[in-house]
Design a protein around this ligand. Structure first.
Ligand SMILES: NC(=O)C1=CN([C@@H]2O[C@H](COP(=O)(O)OP(=O)(O)OC[C@H]3O[C@@H](n4cnc5c(N)ncnc54)[C@H](O)[C@@H]3O)[C@@H](O)[C@H]2O)C=CC1
Ligand SMILES: CC(=O)C(=O)O
Length: 310
């Protein structure tokens, strides 16, 4: 499968690197308004390929997206220290209007995979602007927050994050919801597993994990300017589900008819992802507080998305 990446900065290039190492694409095309950057990133990634795979990595122009199965959209501005994702909205909406006008005519059948922030609203905007089936316009959503959640829970319990089945729901951002009630380790409810291994999930431990997940990006941006390894791997993981029609359950964002009482909103819940995009939505069991938090997150996203002129 050919994969296009628009935006060859930190996120786009890291996604390209992860995809190339995993050998998930036959060809990767990197596009950026800064041509020299796209050329340099493609050449650097291509030099890693002989160690791991046979993916062909090139920089290109929009016309080179023809035939792409997936186009990753990672163009635009990123957060400065202290800035929220929502504060990027107007600037990245303008970038997306320009980028989509170029991408859609040459790759009308590609699944669009959105990374730029605020990713849920960028997904909603892309769905509206493109007219593409909403199930083929996928935001990375909380795939990264879910990985952060699983990593911290796994570390607390002394088990692999891959044995933790827990999801972050709602906005990829400050209002996100850690779904503790439905979380499992192996097949055991999380609190039961924690008690059995002598590492109880006290209110204090939960608060620390919540803070570690919710504020991870702020801390990393303060330390090194931006985050990219986590989302690069997350984007490659979504492409893998699509390229191999794996039907994986992933927390990704698409425009959804109704979530927690809010209509027509893009946000994350667990969804089945395969070759045709999102194949099914899954609504986890939530307690009253989690449901109310998901309703607040959905309402906030809907209000901000509806206020953006197309
Ligand atoms: N979804 C997620 O979990 C995450 C999302 N992000 C978001 O990803 C986006 C990209 O972040 P970085 O790669 O760190 O930023 P970056 O500044 O390194 O790269 C952005 C690239 O977009 C290009 N660009 C800007 N306008 C363009 C246009 N009109 N056409 C083509 N290219 C254009 C720039 O030249 C630049 O190379 C940001 O919005 C950031 O907030 C970052 C980390 C995680
Ligand atoms: C920047 C961003 O969205 C993240 O690392 O979560």
């Amino acid at each position: 499968m050919k994969v296009g990446i628009v935006g060859a900065g930190m996120v786009g290039s890291t996604a390209g690197y992860a995809l190339a190492l995993m050998g998930l694409a036959s060809e990767i095309v990197l596009i950026d308004r800064n041509d020299a950057l796209a050329v340099a990133q493609a050449e650097d990634i291509a030099h890693a390929v002989p160690f791991m795979s046979s993916t062909v990595v090139n920089a290109g122009q929009y016309r080179d997206l023809e035939g792409a199965g997936v186009v990753i959209l990672a163009a635009g501005v990123s957060q400065k220290p202290g800035e929220t994702r929502l504060e990027l909205l107007e600037r990245n909406a303008a970038v997306f209007r320009a980028v989509l006008a170029e991408v859609l005519p040459v790759a009308p059948d590609a699944i669009l995979l959105i990374a730029s922030n605020p990713v849920d609203i960028m997904t909603q905007i892309t769905t509206r602007l493109s007219g593409i089936d909403p199930r083929r316009v996928i935001g990375s959503g909380t795939i990264l927050d879910t990985a952060r959640f699983r990593s911290l829970v796994g570390r607390h319990l002394g088990i692999s994050p891959q044995s933790v089945h827990a999801y972050v729901l709602g906005e990829h951002g400050d209002s996100e919801v850690l779904a503790w009630t439905s979380a499992r380790a192996g097949s055991v409810p999380l609190s039961s597993f924690a008690a059995q291994v002598g590492s109880p999930l006290t209110a204090e431990v939960r608060a620390q994990i919540d803070d570690g997940v919710r504020n991870a990006a702020y801390k990393i941006i303060n330390g090194k300017g931006s985050t990219y390894y986590g989302i690069g791997a997350g984007l490659a993981r979504i492409v893998k589900a699509i390229a191999r029609d794996q039907r994986d359950v992933l927390s990704v964002s698409i425009s959804t008819p109704e979530v927690a009482g809010v209509r027509d909103v893009a946000l994350s819940i667990p969804r089945v992802v395969g070759a045709d995009g999102v194949l099914a939505d899954l609504f986890p069991d939530l307690d009253d507080a989690e449901y109310a938090a998901l309703n607040r997150s959905a309402s906030l996203l809907k209000e901000r998305a509806d206020a953006i002129p197309l």
